[in-house]
Design a binder for this molecule. Structure first.
Ligand SMILES: [Zn+2]
Length: 110
């Protein structure tokens, strides 16, 4: 845990962010600066900086992120019209908050 990390604070429930999903390992909520009609962030509760910092012990967390994305796409109604799943990795890859998160974006043509 990193006390100053925004996503750690959100995952601990220290902000007024409304969760669309919360499990033992992750939370999901809407991006406050959406780049698509549906733009969710799926965030592991444990602080992991980026994809580069994943270890073998994180395989389960990574699977949880992807399976939750599948479920959220369905509840958001974009599973059939289509969506993107995206990890930005480090600054050159567009990562802005250095706590691993999966973007789910869709809803352009429903
Ligand atoms: Zn964090």
């Amino acid at each position: 845990m990193d006390g100053d990390c925004l996503f750690c604070r959100i995952a601990r429930g220290e902000t007024d962010t409304r969760f669309l999903l919360e499990t033992d390992t992750l939370v999901a909520f809407r991006d406050i600066h959406p780049h698509a009609p549906v733009h969710l962030l799926i965030v592991p509760k444990r602080h992991i900086r980026s994809i580069n910092d994943l270890t073998d012990a994180d395989r389960g967390v990574l699977a949880d992120l992807m399976m939750s994305a599948r479920d959220l796409a369905k509840t958001e109604g974009v599973d059939q019209s289509g969506y993107k799943l995206l990890f930005n990795v480090e600054r050159g890859g567009g990562q802005v908050i250095f706590h691993l998160h999966l973007h789910l974006m869709g809803g352009w043509n429903r």
